[in-house]
Design a protein around this ligand. Structure first.
Ligand SMILES: [Fe+2]
Ligand SMILES: [Fe+2]
Length: 359
């Protein structure tokens, strides 16, 4: 008999004692042959180590069949596969388009790109949660172009949450699509640099709003689209760049894109870090206060993003897994989670716990 940590357990090992949860519930009996499913069960109860027999038995593959995780199931759905294919071809289209605009290729038709983007978004099968599909795209592409397609989609959804007219919804989508076009002038080595930037490098990045404005101006795009490119890094409290504009100087659509931009950048994979869990992003927004953003917009955005994860399975920092069942309006990043055995954990009370992953 030997003691082994749950993370090191393998299928075929045999329990050498009854295993109980912290509240005395029997999780697994003695002499149980472990399969992946009951190793996960031990993990979900927060068990750290157990005693197993010295021998291992072979486990038939069928015995060890575990159902695919939620994300695996999403990624196998035909709706997701269709979305992924359209998303990727749209990223290619945008890459060609933005570069042509930046090279002032007068043959390029920006309006056509906008209408193709709107058609692409309108045709997405809404039977699956769109925010969820975007999260499942995270491993595929972290280029500026993919970020712009994401920003267009999220801005389109956000405009719906704000009850904007059809026309404004299209405008918000265009603003999202073109907001970072100035980045085509920033060297790739700076954009993808893993680690802290030098002052000169950061200055080069800080030029992209104005470069974007000038590129879009030369291409003949409208004021709102140009302003969103120019002001999407401005903050309502004056702490943004390039001009340090305050609330009343920043355009309506820029205020929307600022929020969308931060949310997308943080939930995306970067060369220097993995995607940040949306609930951590919401917590960051809550922590820093809402002075930097339009108050109505930020509250609408965070409320809708957090509510879009109701019913999702999540993992907590103590290894427990469960389903998001209730979002607290006052603490959007700390929902109530339903775990195994009908155990409810209210994260707005249990401040030592937090969601680490959506699974
Ligand atoms: Fe930007
Ligand atoms: Fe951006």
């Amino acid at each position: 008999m030997k003691k082994i940590q749950v993370k090191d357990l393998r299928p075929g090992m045999v329990t050498a004692e009854d295993i109980y949860s912290i509240d005395g519930q029997l999780i697994l009996g003695k002499k149980v042959i472990l399969i992946d499913k009951n190793i996960e069960k031990l993990d979900s109860f927060g068990i750290y180590s157990i005693k197993v027999e010295d021998y291992v038995v072979s486990v038939a593959p069928a015995m060890n069949d575990v159902p695919p995780s939620y994300n695996e199931r999403v990624r196998q759905k035909p709706e997701f596969l269709a979305f992924k294919e359209n998303f990727e071809s749209h990223v290619d289209l945008l890459q060609t388009g933005l570069n042509q605009i930046a090279e002032s290729n007068s043959n390029f038709d920006a309006e056509n790109l906008v209408s193709q983007t709107l058609t692409f978004i309108d045709n997405i099968d809404r039977s699956v949660n769109l925010m969820d599909m975007l999260l499942n795209m995270r491993d595929y592409d972290d280029s500026t172009y993919a970020h712009c397609v994401n920003a267009a989609i999220i801005s389109n959804i956000f405009a719906g949450w704000l009850n904007l007219s059809q026309e404004d919804r299209a405008m918000a989508t265009s603003c999202g699509l073109f907001h970072d076009i100035g980045k085509v002038k920033v060297p790739e080595a700076i954009l993808k640099k893993p680690g802290p930037l030098t002052k000169a490098e950061f200055d080069a990045i800080k030029r992209h709003p104005l470069d974007g404005y000038n590129i879009l101006d030369a291409a003949g795009l409208g004021e709102e689209i140009k302003n969103a490119a120019l002001m999407h890094h401005e903050k309502c409290d004056g702490s943004g760049y390039p001009y340090g504009f305050t609330r009343d100087k920043i355009s309506f659509f820029s205020k929307m894109i600022t929020i969308v931009d931060i949310y997308d950048a943080m939930t995306s994979k970067r060369v220097y870090r993995d995607p940040i869990c949306p609930f951590d992003v919401i917590a960051d927004f809550e922590k820093e206060g809402f002075d930097k953003y339009d108050t109505d917009m930020i509250l609408t955005f965070l409320r809708n993003v957090s509510n879009s994860f109701i019913g999702f399975r999540v993992r907590l920092n103590n290894g427990l897994e469960g389903e998001v069942v209730f979002i607290h309006p006052e603490q959007l990043s700390r929902p109530t989670i339903k775990c195994a055995g009908d155990k409810f954990i209210d994260l707005s009370v249990h401040k030592d716990m937090k969601i680490t992953t959506i699974i």
